[in-house]
Design a protein around this ligand. Structure first.
Ligand code: PLP
Length: 401
C-alpha cells in the first residue's frame, strides 16, 4: 500500500527550521516560527500560567473525560474575555478546541454543514494554513487584497474585492496583528467592512491569534467586538497559544454569535459532531490553566501585566530595528517596518534577498519576507539590521552562479 503514497510537499516553515538547526554558524538567528522569546532568547512559561498550574496540581483533580465541548469554565471565561459584554455573550456559544487551528477547522466544518460549497474569502497574502484548513473542510477559497504595491494595508482594495462577496459567503479576517504582514486596516476600514457585511449578507469569520500583542488586549479586540455588536452572525476562532504562551498545550476556542440565543440551538451539537470525528475531545490542561487565570482577579491582573510586558518588548524591538535600518541608509525600508504591528514583520526584501540574508548572515525568515520580530533578543537587533542591509546589496557574480 505505502508504495502508492505520492511524495507530499514538506511544511515550508518546519523545513526552514530544520535547515537552521543544521547551520553551524553560532551567530545564526531563527526568526521563522511565530514564537515569543524574552531578552535571553527563551520562550518563558508565563508567571500567571505557572501559578495556575501549581494551583491545579494541588487540587485533587481528575483526568476524567471532560465532554465534547471541553472545559466549561474555560468556554465561559473565553466568551467574557473576547466579547466583554453580557448582551453579546447571551447570543453566543463557545466550544473548546485544539488551539486556534482546531477552532478554524471546526468553524469551517460548521459552515460546510450549514451550506456545502460556501465560498470563504481569505486575505492575499494569508496565514499559511488558512487555505489548507478551509479547503480541507471542503469549502471554496477566494482571495481579497490586503496590501497595496508599496506594502501598506490596502483598505480600499480590500473593500473593493469584498464588494463581490455575496449573501452566504464567509469572509475570514485576522482580528489584529495580521500574519504574515504585520499590517492591519484602520478602525474606519473595519467599520466599512461591517457596513458591507450588513448590506451584502456575508458572514465575518474572525481569526484571533495575537490579541494583546499589538496595541493592548482591549484595543486589539475592538474590531471583533464591533463586528459582534453590529452583525447578526459572526464566527470567531481564538488561540491561546501566543497570548498565554501555551503553544504546546494546544488551547483554543470556537465562538459562534447568532441573532438570538434560539438561533444557536443546533450550533454546539454541530461543533461537537465535527470534533467527534476529528479528535473527539480537546486536551484539558491548557484550558484549565486559562480558566484558573481568568476566573481569579489577581491572577488575571498578573497575566495582563505580563502580556503588556511582552507587547512592549515587541514594540521596542521594532522601534530599534527601524532606527538601525534607517541609520544604515535604508530610510524607505525603515519606514515600511515602522508601520507594522504585532509579532511579525514583513521585510521589504524579495525572496532572492531573503535567501541572500540566510546565506550571508545566517538570518532565517520565510522566503516571502516574514520574520518573527518577537524572536529577536534585543542585543541582536543591530546584527539583524546589518543582515537586512547586506541582503539589500546586489548579489556578487558567485552568488548569481
Ligand atoms: N491563526 C493565525 C493567524 C496564526 O498565525 C496561527 C498560528 O501561528 C493560528 C491561527 C493557529 O495557532 P495555534 O493553532 O497554534 O493556536
Amino acid at each position: 500500500m505505502l508504495e502508492l503514497l505520492p511524495a507530499p510537499p514538506a511544511d515550508p516553515l518546519w523545513d526552514l527550521t530544520a535547515e537552521y538547526a543544521a547551520d553551524p554558524r553560532p551567530e545564526r538567528l531563527n526568526l521563522v516560527l511565530g514564537v515569543y522569546r524574552d531578552h535571553t532568547g527563551i520562550t518563558p512559561v508565563m508567571a500567571a500560567v505557572k501559578e495556575a498550574e501549581m494551583l491545579l496540581a494541588e487540587r485533587s483533580g481528575s483526568k476524567e473525560y471532560r465532554g465534547l465541548s471541553g472545559n466549561a469554565a474555560f468556554n465561559r471565561a473565553m466568551l467574557a474575555t473576547v466579547l466583554d459584554d453580557g448582551s453579546l455573550t447571551a447570543r453566543a456559544t463557545a466550544v473548546q478546541t485544539v488551539a486556534g487551528t482546531g477552532a478554524l477547522r471546526l468553524l469551517a466544518d460548521l459552515v460546510r454543514q450549514t451550506r456545502p460549497g460556501t465560498t470563504v474569502w481569505i486575505s492575499d497574502p494569508a496565514y499559511v494554513n488558512h487555505r489548507p484548513i478551509i479547503e480541507g473542510a471542503g469549502l471554496t477559497v477566494r482571495p481579497y487584497r490586503w496590501l497595496d504595491p508599496a506594502g501598506r494595508p490596502d483598505g480600499a482594495g480590500m473593500l473593493d474585492d469584498l464588494r463581490r462577496a455575496g449573501p452566504g459567503d464567509v469572509v475570514l479576517l485576522q482580528g489584529c496583528c495580521h500574519n504574515p504582514t504585520g499590517a492591519d486596516p484602520s478602525f474606519e476600514t473595519w467599520e466599512e467592512l461591517a457596513r458591507l457585511a450588513e448590506a451584502n449578507g456575508w458572514v465575518p469569520f474572525v481569526d484571533l491569534a495575537y490579541h494583546g500583542l499589538g496595541d493592548g488586549l482591549d484595543a486589539d479586540l475592538r474590531p471583533t467586538r464591533m463586528l459582534a455588536e453590529r452583525l447578526p452572525e459572526v464566527l470567531i476562532a481564538v488561540s491561546c497559544s501566543k497570548n498565554f504562551g501555551l503553544y504546546s498545550d494546544r488551547t483554543g476556542c470556537a465562538i459562534v454569535l447568532g441573532p438570538s440565543a434560539r438561533a444557536l440551538r443546533h450550533v454546539e451539537t454541530a461543533l461537537q459532531n465535527a470534533a467527534r470525528t476529528l479528535y473527539s475531545m480537546p486536551p484539558d490542561h491548557g484550558a484549565a490553566v486559562v480558566a484558573t487565570v481568568l476566573e481569579d482577579e489577581r491572577l488575571r491582573t498578573v497575566w495582563r501585566t505580563e502580556l503588556d510586558v511582552m507587547r512592549h518588548r515587541i514594540t521596542s524591538n521594532r522601534t530599534d530595528l527601524v532606527a538601525h535600518v534607517g541609520a544604515l541608509g535604508h530610510e524607505e525600508q525603515a519606514q515600511a517596518l515602522a508601520r507594522q504591528k504585532g509579532m511579525f514583520s514583513m521585510l521589504p526584501l524579495t525572496p532572492e534577498a531573503m535567501l541572500r540574508m540566510r546565506r550571508r548572515s545566517g538570518i532565517y525568515g520565510t522566503t516571502a519576507g516574514r520574520i518573527n520580530i518577537a524572536g529577536v533578543p534585543a542585543h541582536r537587533i543591530p546584527f539583524l539590521a546589518q543582515g537586512i542591509a547586506e541582503a539589500l546589496r546586489a548579489p556578487s557574480a558567485s552568488e548569481v552562479c
